[in-house]
Design a binder for this molecule. Sequence first.
Ligand code: PLP
Length: 314
Amino acid sequence: MAENQTEYVYFEGNYVPFDDAKISIKTHSFLYGTSIFEGIRGYYVPEKKSVSIFRMREHYDRIIANGKVCHLTPSQSAEELEQITKDLIQKNGWEKDTYIRPTIYKSGINITPRLDHNVTEICIWTQPLGEYLALDKGLNICVSSWRRLADNVIPPRAKAAGAYMNSALIVTDARAMGFDDAVVLTESGHVSEGSAMNLFLVKNGKLVTPATTENILEGITRDSIITIAKNELGLETEERVVDRTELYTADEAFFTGTGAQVSPITQFDNRPVGDGNIGPIAKKLQDLYFQVVKNKLPQYSHWCTEVALEPAKA
Ligand SMILES: Cc1ncc(COP(=O)(O)O)c(C=O)c1O
């Protein structure tokens, strides 16, 4: 996108300039956090002048499923939301890795917290995005003193905006103490996930990750890594309850997420993970992940939606 070119967003049924997409201070979702969202990444592929959107369909299927939990059902189908996203990528034309943020929200101004008493709308915006967490330094992670929200409190699975106050407290306090981020435990003291990413450990040549019953977001990157590890490296993943002390005895560790991608961890609570260096399995999975998301491995091209930034020449 050229400098001074209009940045378009999708707002309540129309493509409008970013500056025109405004909501009232009485909006229900602003007052109560009653919205659900997705974070999707598109990777710029310079040789094709295209953006490869990673597992877009799974993100829209997830937000539509979460809408059932939270009474936030959009009027568009997953196919329609995919098309809107492709249009936005083309309209904005950023020759950069791009973050895509759809939000389904209660847009009415009825002040009761009821979810069935307010209009539902959707907006989607995009912006260039680089690294969210360091990819090659090795992260120093603490165990947060906050606990993860439980499924019967505000379901983390639903990716509800209000639940991210929990994430905000976790990451803010971790940073204030000099850590890169934190792992959070469930009320029963087992490992859940990071502030906005899933966690993997490597133990005795296997991957270990907290089960979906441990109040995690069921990450699309998590699922991708489980699949890539099995297909490309022959590594099985144990999805199970993980004790805190398993963090300190792991051979390797890394976070996964649309933002975090594959971010290796080299310390938990100032104890070295393995020998304190980025582990070989984490590194291999990170390399494979970047090939997959940039649509370089044909066996995973069904996960990539390529959007050409310029129409093909006749
Ligand atoms: C709390 C939380 N856990 C895990 C993840 C990773 O999920 P995904 O891989 O679908 O982006 C996210 C989102 O990035 C998240 O917000």
